[in-house]
Design a protein around this ligand. Structure first.
Ligand code: HEC
Length: 255
């Protein structure tokens, strides 16, 4: 009897020890999330979605169409989900944010993962640096070194950051954070700079010219979509070279 009690006591003790050890490990090694999401100024987006959902629930069903299912999306629903910002600035909301305010809220909301200077913590992504590394074996692709359009960064941050609290940022906060990211990348030197919807397109992204526009629908498609020639395609057929002479087969196997 006393033996099994001893055994019970010992195993509880070791369980407590293991839990304490695990807690200690987790506490030290898992990145802390910001304690409060910044929902203060972002009510507008949330309101839109609530209105849209309510309208959707009350909207009359339409029984037309081939299957008699569903209904057309309401304008409010489209507005609530239409978040994308185009490279020419289409979709950008009116707003602004300074480098200095951006620095403050960046270290609060983003620094735990991306570092206070956007240099990245541990394996979380770097958002600054990497200039001139794109042709290296191990290029560092950041907003500064790689992203061609500032609009993509605005859209991405507004839509999906901070990780775990997506869409909790106000429009002005996104402008401010982006101003700070530009400053961290030395794309903006002036620490009094204020980024807004008005000067947004004036910012020059270093890799803006680094992408090739996909023009295959103009250059390749017309060539490959012609009717193929099936007879009398060439007047004379002449063999100009032989593969053996050209020496196309590698000689050393495995090298
Ligand atoms: C909990 C950690 C965490 C926090 C906090 C966080 N991020 Fe991120 N961020 C990530 C991860 C992870 C990715 C990569 C996501 C992916 O590739 O799918 C990322 C990606 C990004 C990228 C794109 C990087 C690239 O080059 O692909 C930007 C820009 C960004 N975050 C900005 C922000 C901003 C601004 C904040 C603060 C509002 C923030 N993040 C807060 C984890 C975090």
């Amino acid at each position: 009897m006393s033996k099994s009690r001893n055994l019970f006591f010992l195993s509880s003790l070791s369980l407590v020890f293991i839990f304490a050890l695990a807690y200690n490990f987790a506490d030290r090694n898992i990145t802390k999330l910001p304690s409060e999401p910044r929902t203060v100024n972002a009510e507008y987006d949330f309101d839109l979605r609530i209105i849209a959902a309510a309208n959707a629930a009350n909207a009359p069903r339409q029984t037309g169409g081939p299957l008699g299912l569903g209904r057309k999306a309401l304008d409010e629903e489209i507005t609530a989900w239409d978040l994308d910002i185009a490279p020419d600035g289409t979709g950008l909301p009116v707003g602004s944010g300074s480098v200095s305010y951006g620095e403050e809220i960046f270290s609060e909301q983003c620094g735990a993962c991306h570092g206070d200077f956007a240099e990245g913590v541990d394996r979380w992504p770097e958002l600054a640096g990497g200039e001139g590394t794109l042709a290296d074996d191990d290029p560092l692709k950041t907003v500064g070194s790689y992203w061609p359009y500032l609009s993509t960064a605005w859209d991405y941050i507004h839509r999906s950051m901070p990780f775990g609290y997506a869409q909790s940022l106000s429009d002005d906060d996104v402008y401010a954070m982006l101003a700070y990211i530009l400053y961290s990348n030395d794309i903006i030197d002036d620490e009094d700079f204020v980024l807004s919807n008005e000067n947004f397109l004036d910012v020059e992204m270093p890799n803006a010219e680094g992408f090739i526009i996909d023009d295959r629908d103009m250059t390749e498609y017309p060539v490959f979509s012609q009717d193929p020639c099936m007879e009398d395609c060439k007047v004379n057929v002449e063999v100009t070279m032989r593969a053996r002479v050209l020496d196309v087969t590698p000689e050393d196997d495995g090298s």
